[in-house]
Design a protein around this ligand. Sequence first.
Ligand code: ZN
Length: 379
Amino acid sequence: MRKTFRYRLYPTKAQAEALTGQLREACTMYNAALQERRDAWRIAKKSIGYQDQANQLKEIRAEGFTGLANYSCCQQVLRRLDKAFQAFFRRLKTGDTPGFPRFKPHQRFDSIDFTNGDGCRLQKNGKLRVQGVGHIKVKLHRPLEGVTKMIAVKRDAGKWYACFSVEVEPKPLAPSATTVGIDVGLESFAVLSDDTVVNNPRHYKHAQAALRIAQRRVARRKKGGKGRKKAVAVLQGAHAHVKNQRLDFQHKLANDLVQRFGVIAIEELNIKGLAGGMLAKSVHDAGWSGFFQKLAYKAESAGRSLVKVDPRGTSQRCSRCGGEVRKELKDRWHECHACGLSVSRDFNSAVEILRLGLSLVSLTWPVTVCVGTEAVCLS
Ligand SMILES: [Zn+2]
């Protein structure tokens, strides 16, 4: 399975300039390739594919029209554009109204990709050799595992990183008969079926005051001035900090769940639908999709089962007797008149999600789930 390792790079001033130059060249190529596809379509109603563009690379490079040092790196730029087009056509087919792939400003073109060993390689001395740039100092804060396939060199908020995409063998944990259902919500980040409440860290909300000040400072500085550049750097740094906090939180929680439980049941969420509504900011801030992604690959690697259940009705059904208990979004308590179960709404949902999840996996051991204060045998 694939895994990514991200390391901070410490280029010298000259190397940083060279890296910036490489990004610029990649961006220029991306935009030129996009222009070519647009023109071909507009003028001749002809569609140009990746291979058509890749076939021109040799000549373009021989004529010295690009400063992008590595050949496979050029191919990757064209592949990235091709992916953008494929996504565009895929969405057209499904009846969406996607935006046509856009030209990118060089400030926003933040990464170049290499096939490992072709133009980019981690040297024995622990430095990263990047063709056209040199040997860059890397901080390997944890050992690189597996077989490296691709390396992306990235710029993020003024800092440089190397992202190694590696193929690793899964590392199964000892089997476990413990199970958990997870209900994600806005009030708390998640409620587990063992009645643990994972609080919502709301990093973005907490940082909002600082972000607003940084944003205002950018707006007040003169465009193109030195002061504005500095203010932008501060703002980007503040955003990067929030992002890192969120990722850290997600990784730790996912690790913890995978360590503790053999079967993990979650809802299949329509996050896209949710994120369009009035709670958009909160939904994005919570970052459930990122969390579920991490949970999925960690569970796969550890040999745990992750089951996704149909979310419809999970909050309206009683987890003990299966009866319907109608609730509005504001009703935070589950009160079943049929069987007398009286628990918090999210906890009831979590248990219901677990029940649905277990009905989807075939289990070879008896599973005991705690509902309220009673133990209920489910199989
Ligand atoms: Zn009930």
